[in-house]
Ligand binder design. Sequence first.
Ligand SMILES: Nc1ncnc2c1ncn2[C@@H]1O[C@H](COP(=O)(O)OP(=O)(O)O)[C@@H](O)[C@H]1O
Ligand code: SF4
Ligand SMILES: [Mg+2]
Length: 361
Amino acid sequence: MAKNKAHEHIDLIEAAKHKAQLMSHMSETTHKVGDVRHDLLLSIRDLKLHFETIRGPVQAVDGVNFDLVTNKAVVVVGESGCGKSSLAKAVLRLLPRNVAHYSGEVILHNIDTMKLSDEEFRAQIRWIKMSMVPQAAMNSLNPVLRVGDQVAEPMVVHCGMKKNDAMELAALMFNNVGVPVDFLVRYPFELSGGMRQRVAIAMSLITGPDLVILDEPTSALDVLTQANIFNLLKRIKANLDTSFILITHDISTSSELADIVAVMYAGQIVEVCESHRFFSKPRHPYSAKLMASVPRLREREEPEFIEGTPPSLINPPTGCRFKERCDRRFKKCEVEPPVYCFGEDRVKCWLFEGEGGVEGS
Ligand SMILES: Nc1ncnc2c1ncn2[C@@H]1O[C@H](COP(=O)(O)OP(=O)(O)O)[C@@H](O)[C@H]1O
Ligand code: SF4
Ligand SMILES: [Mg+2]
């Protein structure tokens, strides 16, 4: 039976993915680690990224531990300034000049990426195994380059593909993300915000990475375009063998895409939860407040505001970092809580002492 067009697209992308992986395997100088769960894609341990400022170091990412298995979408939520974008940058080693401290483990498959040199990281990991749609990506396209060339570029630069082949693949990617193929020759200013965002998504997917990190992919778009982009992401997730870390403050819309929800507060992950459970009964008091702040269409109850603001990350409070805003705090909260485990779920809060096992013990 003849294959339909959609199948041909997926086949080509799979072929590109295979090629990209093959090429990276060929050049790997290996910094491999021992026993790992076979479906474990990403394992982050004690990841820290602090920035130097005149007022002192900002502890934007401060001891993050996190595991992600293959073909899953994890949605990272939390208020502005909690360190979500910094976490994405730390994983992809997209560091600004004012880094004060950067340490921890980022193990992708069985490669300890933190042990790779910058050159090895560029050759083996960024774009090839992990890519990113940065915050405000639609405004970060090069204004003087045609969008087709920009989407094709990672295949040429990182996978050594010939320009013509890469343009063909870019055309297929455009088709997949819902951008008319004749837009290949257009410049960014000739496209709407939604179309530019789709172009940025196409660029992140063209090399067939195992993991794509999308930082607020729908912010600054109108509601209808936001819904279209989320639908596109759902379709990509269903069709491609790729995992996602989706950073968003749009908790309600992301619920359909999320397999897992990770909640970030003051530079730390305070809860990781399977999504069905999270949306019905989150464990951490901060998660509960985040959920209560989401407006609901068919309910009479008004969304609640979370009183106060996240603490400064220059001198974050000792003990539980959420304690100033938590209406369930008690004496013990003056000491930093450990992380309690419930199967794959995690929660960093003293309320669960004695209920779950303690992480790392
Ligand atoms: N390059 C930088 N230099 C100094 N501070 C930074 C830098 N980048 C981010 N920050 C600070 O780190 C904290 C976390 O920021 P960010 O990761 O952007 O949070 P989010 O994405 O959750 O809004 C904020 O206090 C922010 O001001
Ligand atoms: S550790 Fe204490 S202050 Fe922190 S979230 Fe739990 S109950 Fe609230
Ligand atoms: Mg951000």
